[in-house]
Design a protein around this ligand. Sequence first.
Ligand code: SF4
Ligand code: SF4
Length: 329
Amino acid sequence: MNEGRCIKCGSCMQACPVLNDPRGSDFPGPRTVGIDAPRFSERLSMGKVSFKCTMCHACEWACPSSITITRSMIRLRGEMVTSMPSLPGHQRMRENIRRMGRTVDNDFRSWKENGEKALYFPGCIGLGKLPDMVSSVSRLLDSLGIAHDISSQVKCCGSPLLKIGADQEAEGLRQSNMKVFSRYDRIITSCPGCTYQLREVYGIKAEHLVEILPEGRFSSAVEGRWALQVPCHLKRGVSPWTADDMMSVLERAGVDLVRLPEEDRCCGGGGGMLSGFPDTSDSIAVSKADVYRKADVRGVITACPFCCLNLRKAGSNVLDISEAIIANR
Ligand code: SF4
Ligand code: SF4
């Protein structure tokens, strides 16, 4: 609890991509939801608009008092879920997890269960919505000599449940996944949100794909000029150095990159926004897609399934980093 350190500077409010959505917003903003509501006993009167946050951590990064604003908002959500009905999209996501262990349906069939020492953990959105991206990451790992399984036994990492205050259900997933993980020496993900969850909540040394890439030598698989979409949970969750590595791996491979000032602004897909408030999520993604369109680039390269999915829906040509480079043998 460090909300008392707030000096009311407003930096967090200026940094928030939801509050500053050019198409308008009814989100009260990080200071109101994360600082004022808990301090002034307005916690349960905030209503569902307080869930309109992508958990992008931009507010925390802007805060001169180093207040853990997102942690405060997650705590508030945990209190609110017991006193208000779930958003329909969040309810659907919880039912999916109860029914099949993952947030979205999938007909992924390219499981690899050969008893290897490394496990590639693609995450729910990869398996359910972006099977080509999962195959591309798997091929890249093969070409780097990292023999790996893709296990049909793994479930959602639990991050989406924690973000909507469903802590006990998230803990059940953690226990189930830890049994699977115990068979492996190495866990590799391609979703920064999963990486962050496995490190911070499971306490294991999970690696994001981008953290492995500096070990390899690559060529570009794309032509023309490309922009970056730096994922929030890669830069502000995993580490800013990993986000830098993403750019330098692409540049060393020969990809012609255009650096845009807003490349690390949220795509609008995280924090339960995609399921809870699809219109707001879409609006933020469309704003970003406009930036890329005006930059006159072939498309956007990222390293996050949520960014891929949300920006593609908004009309951008988006590749995962695994689809933009080829390993040199
Ligand atoms: S985490 Fe991101 S979306 Fe949520 S309040 Fe902070 S800046 Fe806004
Ligand atoms: S940036 Fe930090 S100190 Fe400034 S208003 Fe927001 S929470 Fe308070």
